[in-house]
Design a protein around this ligand. Structure first.
Ligand code: CMC
Length: 426
C-alpha cells in the first residue's frame, strides 16, 4: 500500500499524488508543499482549521479525548507532581530535571529575575492608565535593546541562557507593569523566594520589601496560594500551534530577535478569542451580576444575530473538554474554603456551566468551558487584579513560546512563513 494521497481536478480529470506523513501520535498529514508546483493552484484554509503548520515534538493534544501532554507526559501528572520550574525544564531540555538540576535551574532563574535598571524609565514613560499587557509588550520588545546580544542557535548553552533569561524576567516585568499602572513603587525580586512566590511578593509588598505592617498578617503569602498559582502557570505552559505560538514562529521565520518574537506573541495572546478571554470572563460574570440574569445572557449567546459570546466557552481543538479546565475546576473546589473564593461569582459561573453543559446549542457545537472560564475565580481569590489575568497567561506561556522558537531554529528545513491568497479585488 502506497502512503500517498491522490487528488483529482475534475475539470481536467488530472490526478495529483501527495505523500502522507505519519507522526508518532494524532492524525497524519498530507504533504502539500508541492501542490502549487504540481497544480498551479493554492490550497485554501481560512483560520487554518485543517492545516498543520509545522512538525513539533513538544506538545501533543487529542481534542476529542481531552488529552494534553508535554514531551509525552500527561498534564495532570505534571500539575500534580511537578513544579512550574520543572515543567519549564521539561519543555526546554526535553526531559524532567533531577532534583539537583531542578535546584540549579531554580537558582539560575532567581539570579536572572532582575531587569536592567534603565528599563525602569521605560515603565515610567507610560500613562498610569496603561493596560499592563501593553506595557509588558513594550518592555519585552525593549529587552532586545538591553540584552540584545547575538544569540547563536548552534550554541545550545547560549540559546538556553537566553531562554532562562526571558522566563526569569517575565514575572518582574509583569509586576512592574502592574505597579506602574497603579502608580505605586516597584518592588525588586527577592532571590530568597521561589519563582512563583517571588511574583506574588513583587505584586503585594510595600516599599522596602515589607510584607506586614505591625501585627497585621493580611499581606502574607500562604503556601496554598503559591501552589495554586504555580499550577496555573504550569497549565498555561504550552499549547502547541495556537495563535500566539504561531505568531512567535512566524516572526522567528524572518530571523528577528527571539525577544521581539515573544513580544509579538504577547500581542496575539491579548485578544479576547485567545488569552484575553480570562479577563473578559470575570468582566462578563460581573456584568451578569446575579444568577437571576444568567438566562438572559445565555439567550444572547445563542442568538446568532447577536455578536455576544459566552467568554470562556469553546475551543478550536477541544471538542470534548479542555483538560486544563477540568484540573482548574478541581482546584477551584479544593481551594474554595482556603482561598475564600468569591461565592457570588462562583454561583453565577456554576449556573452558566450547568445550563451550557445541557443546552442543545452548546452541546451540538461541542462548546465546553475552557481554561479561561475557571482561572479567573482562582486568580481573583489570589488578589490578582483583573487587568493582570492575561499577564498571568503570559508568564506561564513564555516557556512554551521560547521552546517553540528553539525548536523552529533547530529545524534545518525551516522556511520563512509566507502564505498566499485568493485575490478577489479589482
Ligand atoms: N459562545 C457562543 N457561541 C459560540 C462560542 C461562545 N463562546 N464559541 C463558539 N460559538 C459558536 C459560533 O457562533 C459558531 O456557531 P455557528 O456554527 O452557529 O456559526 C460555532 O460555535 C463555532 O464557532 P467558531 O467561532 O467557528 O469556532 P472557532 O474554533 O473558530 O473558535 C473560539 C474558537 C475559542 C475562538 C470560540 O469558541 C470563542 O470565541 N470562544 C470565546 C472566547 C474564549 O473563551 N477564548 C479562549 C479560548 S481557550 C484559551 C486559549 O487557549 O486561548
Amino acid at each position: 500500500m502506497k502512503n500517498t494521497f491522490t487528488m483529482t481536478d475534475n475539470r481536467t480529470d488530472t490526478s495529483y499524488e501527495f505523500d502522507i506523513l505519519d507522526g508518532t501520535r494524532g492524525p497524519s498529514v498530507v504533504d502539500i508543499s508541492s501542490f502549487y508546483s504540481q497544480t498551479g493552484m493554492f490550497t485554501y484554509d481560512q483560520g487554518y482549521t485543517s492545516t498543520a503548520s509545522t512538525k513539533s515534538a513538544i506538545t501533543f493534544i487529542d481534542g476529542d479525548k481531552g488529552e494534553l501532554r508535554h514531551r509525552g507526559i500527561d498534564i495532570e501528572d505534571l500539575v500534580e507532581n511537578h513544579s512550574y520550574i520543572e515543567v519549564c525544564y521539561l519543555l526546554l531540555k526535553k526531559r524532567l530535571p533531577t532534583p539537583e538540576e531542578a535546584k540549579g535551574f531554580d537558582l539560575e532563574l532567581r539570579h536572572r529575575s532582575f531587569i536592567h535598571e534603565r528599563m525602569k524609565g521605560l515603565f515610567d514613560s507610560f500613562p498610569i492608565s496603561g493596560h499592563p499587557m501593553a506595557i509588558m509588550n513594550s518592555a519585552v520588545a525593549a529587552l532586545t535593546v538591553f540584552y540584545g546580544d547575538h544569540i547563536s542557535i548552534e550554541n545550545e548553552e547560549e540559546a538556553l541562557e537566553m531562554a532562562a533569561r526571558i522566563i526569569a524576567k517575565m514575572p518582574t516585568i509583569a509586576a512592574f507593569s502592574y505597579r506602574h499602572s497603579m502608580g505605586i513603587p516597584f518592588i525588586y525580586p527577592d532571590v530568597n523566594r521561589s519563582f512563583t512566590e517571588n511574583f506574588l511578593y513583587m505584586m503585594r509588598a510595600y516599599p522596602g520589601g515589607v510584607m506586614k505592617i505591625g501585627n497585621d498578617g493580611e499581606n502574607t503569602i500562604s503556601p496554598v496560594e503559591v501552589k495554586a498559582l504555580d499550577a496555573i502557570f504550569s497549565l498555561h505552559a504550552d499549547h502547541e500551534q495556537n495563535a500566539s505560538t504561531t505568531t512567535v514562529r512566524n516572526v522567528a521565520s524572518t530571523n528577528a530577535h527571539p525577544y521581539v518574537a515573544i513580544s509579538s506573541g504577547i500581542s496575539a495572546l491579548w485578544g479576547s478569542a485567545h488569552g484575553g478571554a480570562n479577563e473578559q470572563v470575570i468582566k462578563q460574570l460581573e456584568m451578569i451580576g446575579s444568577v437571576d440574569n444568567v438566562d438572559k445572557y445565555i439567550a444572547k449567546a445563542k442568538d446568532r444575530s447577536d455578536p455576544f459570546r459566552l467568554m470562556g466557552f469553546g475551543h478550536r481543538v477541544y471538542k470534548n473538554f479542555d483538560p486544563r479546565a477540568k484540573i482548574l475546576r478541581g482546584l477551584q473546589d479544593q481551594l474554595k474554603d482556603e482561598l475564600k473564593l468569591d461565592s457570588e461569582l462562583m454561583k453565577i459561573a456554576s449556573k452558566i456551566e450547568d445550563i451550557a453543559l445541557n443546552d442543545e446549542y452548546f452541546v451540538s457545537r461541542k462548546l465546553y468551558p475552557n481554561i479561561d472560564f475557571y482561572s479567573g475565580v482562582i486568580l481573583t481569590a489570589l488578589k490578582i487584579p483583573t487587568s493582570m489575568f492575561t499577564p498571568m497567561f503570559v508568564i506561564g506561556r513564555t516557556v512554551g513560546w521560547i521552546a517553540q522558537w528553539l525548536e523552529y531554529k533547530e529545524d534545518a528545513k525551516a522556511k520563512i512563513a509566507r502564505p498566499r491568497q485568493l485575490y478577489t479585488g479589482e
